[in-house]
Design a binder for this molecule. Structure first.
Ligand code: SF4
Ligand code: SF4
Length: 208
């Protein structure tokens, strides 16, 4: 005897793809994606994502808004840009994923910030101030050891598979951190930004 499957009732939001094309950073080029899979095959974070970028883009076209905006793919992209340099249609995959993360927070599909994000931000800002750019190795180490020495070592071991993936994809460099020229100019810009921010906080709280 054959069993009868229940009637599907789930409806997908087919306007979602058009909305992404028109409103998400790089979305207009996403319309050119030909589903070749080069991005997913090149992504060193692929094993940490519930869907690779290629599949996520197909899900957008299929109107699976909720699944897309709750996917960990949009959070686990680390901006190595391997997908972008290899995409035959020049789809800015990285920007699309990051902007979708912003949409997810704005629409309540994800919390604005969690503890891990705060720790990572601090390591990221430290590297930016120090070198004028992010050094992926030092940012990762700063993040890992922000949990303490022992916990940091454990995290390094837990992430060794990912690290190997980055080495294979040539997205980790050896040698001293790259640094920008004229760091003094960067310092002045950051000092000015901090001053403007402090002024903003002061006026919004009615202190000034
Ligand atoms: S590499 Fe480019 S064209 Fe190929 S699936 Fe990824 S985004 Fe689409
Ligand atoms: S930028 Fe790097 S981590 Fe992000 S999707 Fe592309 S290949 Fe993966």
């Amino acid at each position: 005897m054959t069993s009868v499957s229940p009637q599907p009732t789930r409806k997908y939001d087919l306007s979602f793809a058009r909305w992404v094309y028109e409103n998400v950073d790089g979305g207009d080029r996403m319309a050119l994606c030909m589903q070749c899979g080069t991005c997913s095959g090149s992504c060193p974070m692929r094993t940490e994502m519930d869907h690779g970028p290629r599949k996520l883009f197909m899900m957008i076209r299929a109107g699976m808004k909720e699944e897309v905006l709750t996917s960990n793919t949009i959070w686990n992209c680390v901006s190595c840009f391997n997908c972008v340099v290899r995409c035959p249609r020049k789809v800015p995959v990285t920007y699309i994923l990051h902007d979708l993360a912003t949409v997810a927070v704005r629409e309540g599909y994800a919390p604005a910030k969690d503890e891990a994000a705060n720790r990572f931000s601090r390591a990221f800002i430290w590297s930016t101030k120090m070198f004028g750019r992010t050094d992926e190795r030092l940012v990762s180490l700063g993040y890992f050891f922000s949990y303490g020495f022992g916990a940091g070592l454990k995290k390094i071991l837990a992430f060794q598979g990912i690290t190997l993936g980055f080495l294979k994809a040539k997205r980790l460099h050896f040698g001293l951190p790259h640094s920008i020229k004229n760091k003094s100019e960067l310092k002045s810009i950051l000092a000015k930004a901090a001053e403007i921010e402090a002024r903003g906080h002061g006026s919004s709280s009615g202190e000034k």
